[in-house]
Design a protein around this ligand. Structure first.
Ligand code: NAD
Length: 374
């Protein structure tokens, strides 16, 4: 029987509106899943934590997170934090780095009845999370960005064999699992293959860094003969992704390219409100939507909670796989089906999808679908 302690960190702006919907959906899934127990542990973070403790990441947070099985992190409006206070840091890169969450899994898929630029999309971006261009996490000490003079600014890009090897392995394992799941349900991917990994890079220019990334990924590919592999230059890939996203299944990519491409992929299927994500390491996982804290719509109960609900669902599925816990896997599948039904049968739509449902109504529609299965 699976019993898990899940941290709940609301985040900023729309965070306190959307994260409780994800918690409520997980709670409802537990009700209909004998043998599954979830205990939620609230922890302050971000602007609220800064106001109440003087720190955006209060001391002791990392130690408390380490005692949990996983957690849900709401979006952080770090651009609005005080600039010159070292206690007002952006917490999420620190959390990702501290817990060695090297894989950022960001799916984009067409949803039933949701009008978007494309139909039939079912892809997932597997983004390296802890090195690359990101200066706030690619150094042991100090920053990957620096200014030797007031008129020169430099950024350092870090690509390692170890980082490339393990993100490639995560991508091939995911592609294989997606292929197996499709085969079991008698479905095929729109691109016509059982499973494929596309390695995205710019090795013509970044001969050493992208070269190491691609060569390492292609070495890993040899251990997965059941998964097809191809590789693309990031610029032409962006064009094909915009025009024919149905061609892609699983995409493995370095940190900054992956950050940009995953927002692009979200736009193809309906926008950032539909962009979930999971940060994964060997021991911990953190549910975190791709989008930011959306200060422009905060406090109005109109944000789309889909992305954070699906991120939490991905966390539950990950816990189920990691602990070989059928109840958790099955509860995650039920949430997936309930969301599909709320969208396709109940026609629930928040404002970003052209509807008038509130954040709460979206969450409630999913919960009602979950409860009606009992
Ligand atoms: P954003 O993702 O917050 O918003 C971009 C646009 O998408 C806005 O129009 C917003 O209203 C809309 N949007 C985002 N999420 C939505 C949702 N769930 N439902 C409906 N509409 C949604 O990006 P931004 O405006 O560039 O950044 C705002 C803040 O978030 C900044 O402080 C930024 O640094 C931060 N940020 C945080 C994360 C994170 O925590 N992972 C990621 C990106 C940006």
């Amino acid at each position: 029987m699976g019993s898990y302690r899940i941290g709940v960190l609301l985040g900023d702006d729309i965070g306190p509106e959307i994260v409780p919907q994800a918690v409520a959906v997980l709670g409802a899934a537990v009700e209909s899943s004998p043998g599954l127990e979830l205990q939620f542990v609230d922890m302050p973070i971000g602007a609220y934590a800064y106001e109440t403790t003087g720190y955006t990441l209060p001391p002791g947070t990392l130690e408390r997170l380490a005692e949990l099985h996983g957690w849900i992190l709401g979006p952080l409006g770090h651009a609005a934090y005080p600039r010159n206070d070292p206690n007002a840091i952006n917490p999420h890169p620190i959390i990702r780095r501290h817990f060695d969450m090297y894989a950022n899994i960001r799916p984009s898929r067409s949803l039933p009845g949701v009008k978007a630029m494309h139909d039939g999309v079912d892809l997932v971006i597997v983004r390296e999370n802890n090195e690359g261009m990101q200066p706030d996490r690619n150094m042991h000490k100090g920053s990957g960005e620096f200014m030797p003079t007031p008129d020169i600014a430099l950024s350092t890009r870090v690509i390692t064999r170890k980082g490339s090897e393990r993100i490639a392995r995560a991508a091939f394992e995911l592609a294989r699992a997606r292929g197996q799941a499709r085969a079991a349900s008698g479905q095929s991917h729109p691109c016509g293959v059982r499973a494929r990994v596309s390695v995205v890079h710019k090795r013509t220019v970044f001969k050493l860094t992208c070269g190491l990334f691609v060569d390492t990924a292609l070495e890993v590919a040899q251990q997965f003969p059941e998964v097809e592999v191809d590789d693309h230059h990031v610029d032409s890939f962006a064009m094909v992704l915009a025009m024919k996203p149905q061609r892609f299944d699983t995409i493995v990519v370095t940190n900054m390219f992956g950050d940009i491409l995953s927002d692009l992929a979200a736009g193809l299927v309906g926008g950032l409100g539909l962009a979930p994500g999971l940060n994964v390491g060997d021991r911990y996982a953190m549910a975190q939507a791709t989008h930011g804290s959306a200060p422009d719509i905060a406090g109005r109960n109109i944000a789309n909670p889909y992305a954070i609900i699906v991120s939490a669902q991905m966390l539950l599925a990950w816990l189920g796989q990691r602990h070989a816990d059928e109840a958790a896997v099955s509860a995650a599948q039920k949430i997936d089906q309930a969301i599909e039904l709320a969208l396709s049968q109940d026609g629930i739509r928040t404002a970003d999808l052209g509807g008038s449902a509130t954040t709460d109504q979206f969450g409630l529609a999913v919960i009602q679908r979950l409860c009606s299965r009992q």
